[in-house]
Every structure is written in C-alpha cells, then in structure tokens.
Design a protein around this ligand. Structure first.
Ligand code: ADP
Ligand code: MG
Length: 480
C-alpha cells in the first residue's frame, strides 16, 4: 500500500519520495482520505505515529497555489513544534511551491509581520503570538478554509484554552476543522462539540499498551545526593547513541549540563529560559548529530520529533503519570526500539507502582554494575565523540536545490514574473526548474531545482532583469 492510491499531485509524490515516506503510517492510512474529503475530524494517535504528515499531505494536495492569502491555519502549543511543522509542510509542499509561515513568541514580531505579508498558503502559529498579530492587523484570516489544532491536549495544559476559543471564533469562514492529539481529554471533546459539524472521531490504538512493547524500562533507586554520580555511571554503562535526559526545572538542566560537560560528555541543555534562537540551534544540532546527550525540561522537549533517540533518562521523575508516558514516548519512534531509564527516590516508589499498574508493565529494577572502573571509563570515551550522523530530512532536498539572493526587490519594482521570465529564457531551462520565489523589500530570493542551480546562476548573473544587471549571490538554504 503506497501513496499512489490517493491520486496526489506529482509534485507531492516527488517530495514524499525524497522524504523516504514509502507508505502511509496507520494514522495516515485512516486520516488522509477524510481530510481530502473536507470532513471535520478529531484524531487521537500516539506520539511518533506520523500525525503531521497525516494532515500535511492532504492539505498540501488541496491548497490552491495561485491564491495569495492564507488557506490553512495550524495552531500548536510550542515554538519548537511550530518550527518542525513548518519544516515538514515546507518539504512536502516544496515542489508544489507551497509556502508556510511560522509565527511564535520571542521572535521579532516585525520579521514575522513581513513574512505574513508575502504570499503564504499555510500559517503555523502558537496562539498567543497569533492573537498579537491579529490585534495589530498583521494577518488576514478571511480565507482560512482549514483550521488544525495539533497537540490539542498540550494546548490546554499550557493554558491556551481561552486563546484557542478566541481564534476559533475569529476564523468564521472555515470549512474544515481538525484536532490532532495523543490523548483525548474532555476539553477537546467539548471544543469539538462547539466548533465542529458532525465530526468524525478516529482513534488509533492505545498508546500505553503499545509503547511498552518497544521500550524497555528500567529504574535505579537512588538517594538525592547521589544522582550525579549515578547518571554518570548509567551513561557509561548504556552508552546512548542519542540520549534525552529529563530534569524538572531549568536550574536542574543547567546544573546537570555543567556537570556532564565538566566530565567531558558532549551534551547541551534545552529549557524555557533560553532565547528562542538558541533553542532552535541546539535542537537542530542534536538532530544533525553534533552531540549525543540533550538535557531538557518536559515542556521544552514537548512535541520534539527526532526518531533516533535511543535512550530517555528521567534524571528526575515527573510529577504526573501522563508526563512519564509522554517522556518515554520520545524514544522507540517509527518502529525503532528504545530504552527508558529512571532515577527513583525511595519516596517515589509509590509513583513507580502506579505507573506499572497503569501500563500493565513491570519496570525492571537495576543496580549499578560494580565493574572495573577503568574499563567503564575507557568505553565512555564513546560519549565524548559525536554520534554517527545521519542525514537530515531536508538534506535530500537541498542537495539538488540552490537558493539565489538577488539584490533588488519591491523597491526596484521587481515582481516574481520578472524573475521567472529571466530564468526561463536561459537555454535548457524551463519553469519546472524554478522553485519558490520570494520578493522582499530590497532583495529577492529564488530557489532553483533539479540540480540546475550553478548553471542558472552563472547565466543569470550576466542577464538583465527589468532592463539592468543586478548583483546576486548563492545563499545557504534554511528550512526554518
Ligand atoms: P506525531 O505528530 O504523531 O508525534 P510525527 O508527525 O512527528 O508524529 O512523525 C514522526 C516521525 O515519522 C517523523 O520523523 C516523520 O518524518 C516520520 N514519518 C511520518 N510519516 C512517515 C511515513 N509515511 N513513512 C516514514 N516515516 C514517516
Ligand atoms: Mg505531532
């Protein structure tokens, strides 16, 4: 069963091929046809099951590329998730030339305003910042036909209930509303009743029963004062390829990071107290294999998609059962096996029992090995090296794409058509080779596809655009 049966645009099929999405995941199998059929949907499916593409593929299919105003609005609880979804939609829609903008807090509002002024088909937003833009009149939402809430359950937990209702009320012309979530609390069901028309409920297998199959879970009983020593020993014993370590507080993250760095581990920290730009950088570097251990708070790691995490370590146990399930679900994604290890205080043994009952799984008690310390230390050298890197999702795309920055924009009355005209007049080039064009105030960007970038650049440099030679250069492609 592959994606061909949906009769998707050839440009989308081409992108799925580069993404190595060979066949739909279970949730995609169940959801795509209903999204294509314009139905209202409430979808519950576990983390890591492929929900983004479950809505991403069909909305890219349905988008009218010629229309200049936003057609799809996706609300998400966190900045990280906004960036991730923008990237995924951007890749799925790359050859169809779909443009996706992301707006979220703690990034320049002016910059986002400019992005929203361009032609954008899809807007991904955190509720607070979107409302900011609405109130400033920076964004037109009259043409939004499809509204999606992703990680709807987290929206409530992070206190976005009122903001979400406010936005849902604003998008009055919409034709389709969809909620995606790993759990289905009453909040979502109530919202569905209020804002949807005879929605279809789709539930994909039980997350808890399922996760226990692929994740081995261990715990070590520790005393608070020994945590640091114990985690050092655990890391040396398990040698995670990609480890995600959870702390409950920002200061916990900082302090553990300092400690592990001092021991020579390659690691970074991620928490809500850090600047936006910093958090993006750190997460991207993790995905690209610059270091092995990411230490994070639960909230900062929420929604993060990285399917190669081999070990989740609870340096501190969370306070709620659901959070435990959520955390360990960061590993064993897309059919990989994973390992979850928790440091547990004696006073927390009751919590462990409760989780075990809820999951119907006995978490395995382990003791630190009393091996020769010298032996352990030498194997731990591994942790000071980078993991064997893997290609980023976007890499397959970018190797055949060159982005050119042209030093003239709206100020020089440049329109996308002028650039298309100039490029398509080059020998052996046609419109199919031209990707997304972005004309800004004082400069323009154009993506050249199909590996013709260098050739086109060399010719275009010598051509006149709107009657004059304009300087230009090749620039790095950023996917977020
Ligand atoms: P969820 O939103 O359900 O937590 P994601 O949408 O983040 O899950 O997807 C999890 C991972 O699965 C991502 O790395 C994504 O690229 C990958 N993925 C999604 N769909 C497919 C597919 N059809 N084939 C292979 N990998 C896929
Ligand atoms: Mg998701």
């Amino acid at each position: 069963m592959n994606f061909n049966k949906y009769e998707l645009d050839k440009n989308i099929l081409r992108a799925l091929k580069l993404l190595n999405y060979e066949k739909p995941t279970l949730v995609q199998e169940k959801v795509i046809k209903h999204v294509l059929g314009h139905e209202d949907l409430v979808v519950k499916s576990k983390t890591g099951s492929g929900k983004t593409a479950a809505f991403g593929i069909p909305i890219c299919q349905k988008i009218d590329i010629e229309s200049r105003e936003g057609q799809v609005l996706i609300l998400v609880p966190t900045r990280e998730l906004a960036i991730q979804i923008k990237e995924e939609i951007g890749l799925i829609g790359r050859f169809k030339k779909i443009r996706c903008a992301a707006v979220f807090g703690r990034q320049s509002i002016e910059m986002q305003k400019n992005e929203l002024k361009q032609r954008v088909h899809v807007i991904v937003a955190t509720p607070g910042r979107l409302i900011d833009h609405i109130k400033r009149g920076n964004v037109k939402l009259d043409n939004i036909e499809t509204l999606i809430l992703d990680e709807a359950d987290e929206m409530l937990e992070l206190g976005f209930a009122d903001d979400v209702s406010y936005i849902l009320d604003k998008i009055s012309n919409r034709k389709q509303t969809m909620f995606f979530s790993a759990t289905m609390p009453d909040f979502i069901l109530n919202l569905a009743k209020r804002y949807m028309e005879s929605p279809k409920y789709i539930e994909i297998e039980d997350k808890i029963k399922d996760s226990k199959l692929d994740i081995v879970q261990y715990f070590y009983e520790v005393e608070n004062k020994n945590r640091k020593i114990v985690i050092d020993r655990i890391l040396k014993e398990y040698l995670p390829e990609f480890g995600l370590i959870f702390c409950n507080t920002r200061s916990g993250v900082e302090s553990l990071k300092k400690y592990l760095k001092r021991l020579g581990y390659l690691c970074e920290g991620l928490h809500g107290g850090m600047s936006q730009g910093m958090r993006i950088k750190i997460f991207q570097k993790f995905r690209r294999g610059h270091y092995r251990l990411l230490i994070a708070t639960g909230v900062a790691a929420r929604g993060i998609d990285f399917d190669r995490i081999t070990h989740v370590i609870n340096y501190e146990l969370p306070f709620k059962h659901e959070e435990y399930v959520h955390r360990i679900g960061r590993t064993a994604r897309m059919g990989n096996k994973g390992c979850a290890i928790s440091l547990v205080l004696e006073s927390e043994m009751k919590f462990v029992k409760e989780i075990e009952e809820q999951m119907d799984y006995s978490i395995i008690r382990r003791e630190l090995k009393k091996d020769d310390i010298a032996d352990i230390n030498s194997s731990a050298e591994v942790l000071k090296s980078k993991p064997s890197g893997r290609k980023d999702k976007a890499e397959n795309f970018n190797k055949n794409i060159v982005k050119i920055r042209i030093n003239a924009g709206k100020d020089k009355k440049i329109r996308p058509g002028d650039l298309v005209g100039a490029i398509a007049s080059i020998d052996n080039v046609d419109v199919e080779d031209i990707g997304i064009i972005d004309v800004q105030k004082t400069c323009s960007y154009v993506e050249i596809l199909n590996g013709k970038g260098d050739y086109i650049f060399s010719k275009l440099e010598k051509k006149e655009i709107k009657g004059r030679r304009i300087s230009m250069k090749k620039v790095r492609i950023r996917n977020f």
